[in-house]
Unconditional design. Sequence first.
Length: 297
Amino acid sequence: MKTNDLAELVALAAIWGASFLFMRLGASEFGPVALAAVRVAGAALVLMPLLHWRGQMGELRRHWRAIFVVGVTNSALPFLFFSYAALAISAGLSSIFNASAPLWGALVAWCWLHERPTLPRTLGLAIGFAGVVGLAWEKASFKPGGSGWAIVACLAAALCYGFSANYTKKRLQGVAPMAVAAGSQLAAALLLALPALWWWPAALPSAHAWAMVALLALLCTGLAYLLYFRLIAHVGAANAIAVTFLIPAFAVLWGWLFLAEALTPAMAIGCAVILLGTALATGVLAPRRLTPAAKAR
């Protein structure tokens, strides 16, 4: 990977890590539904003109049904779930559960697409989900004011991401990535428009809250998608997915710097176990295969 590509990968991880901070800062005033709606609407306003400028609107018209499904499962629902979770748990903890998305993707591929994983990847699934269960068990409380439902929301969001990745692979193979990115944000905005009007906050959100949501929409969604698809084009999807391993570090860092959030030993251990399982399940960390010449030594 070239130095420029590595710099973009780190920048993308820092931006997506910051999204958990911005959700934490904006959710209390906007509420989960309005926050998610404004986020995807702002991203659509950034990406749709770029799609038109690239002359790829035809791709969106031809595949709008499948792109709508991606908009629901990759944007509308997970953004709503994470916005809800931001009301109760730290940015760092949300990002750690988000890191389990590739595990859910591998599990969905196994159950739905019948992509039987290798032994190391099966071991990775077991390790990763053990980390998820252990961390959730340690942190979840379903008593009034507890974090149980927030953790469930994070895991539901990660499952949505896992499903969406497989659905995109199955239904949108070969479709221009920008058409999927822009169209999915537009679909999510249309889906959330009426619920957002219904649950719009009674008190006008402050300028600070609007600034957080603007950064969430324009920086963490619009610009982040452009960086992500640029990385896929330059280094391939298998290398671009490495961003998953960096996001929790930045989310914890931003939470510590700006919200005085602490990284507990349980969070650190749970994160390490989840990322180890993810690395094995996605093939990022795989045993080296010995060549015949090497075996003969």
